[in-house]
Design a protein around this ligand. Structure first.
Ligand code: GNR
Ligand code: NI
Length: 169
């Protein structure tokens, strides 16, 4: 089932997230919905707060469904390693229509549970490192605009406020 993606300004995106205590049928349904919603968007990642659920879960698939290996699911993820720095363009399904250059680690290793409750790690450089860091930020109430320096952040926030006043956000 597709779930609506919340946008910047929705308070759920900035609420603290809770760890998943047990992988119940409801959690499995949530994960299925997150994958379906990510592919439909289309996007390369999606975190639970983006669909209104304050739990520590994200999904990622750089191939947007083309890779037969399927999406990666991370439940209660933690950073194992962050190294280096990259500067690339980035967007977010919760900030549609806007992109900005964001400083991110060059390589990231994240450890968490898969949908069966088994521990697994994702080790990525480039876009995967960027996506992993971006989704971890969502679990910590942080959007890419929060990582921008003053001027470029203010510009995006001002434009969104204007859109919001016009009922177009
Ligand atoms: O689809 C997405 N593309 C993307 C591109 C560069 C850096 C991060 C991302 S994640 C984004 C989907 C999203 O908003 N996930 O939270
Ligand atoms: Ni995002």
């Amino acid at each position: 089932m597709l779930r609506p993606i919340l946008r910047l300004g929705d308070s759920i995106l900035t609420e603290p997230t809770r760890p998943v205590e047990a992988i119940t049928p409801a959690i499995e349904a949530l994960i299925d919905d997150m994958v379906e919603t990510m592919y439909a968007a289309p996007g390369i990642g999606l975190a639970a707060p983006q669909v209104g659920v304050s739990l520590r879960i994200f999904v990622v698939d750089l191939s947007v469904g083309r890779d037969p290996a399927g999406p990666s699911v991370m439940i209660n993820p933690e950073f194992v390693l962050r190294e280096g720095m990259q500067l690339e363009e980035e967007g977010c399904l919760s900030v549609p229509g806007f992109t900005a250059t964001v400083a991110r680690p060059k390589r990231v290793v994240v450890s968490g549970l898969d949908r069966h409750g088994d521990t697994h790690q994702l080790d990525g450089t480039g876009l995967l490192a960027r996506a992993l860091q971006h989704e971890m930020d969502h679990l910590n109430s942080c959007l890419f605009v929060d990582r921008l320096r003053g001027i470029s952040r203010d510009l995006i926030v001002r434009k969104i406020k204007k859109l919001s006043k016009a009922g177009k956000w």
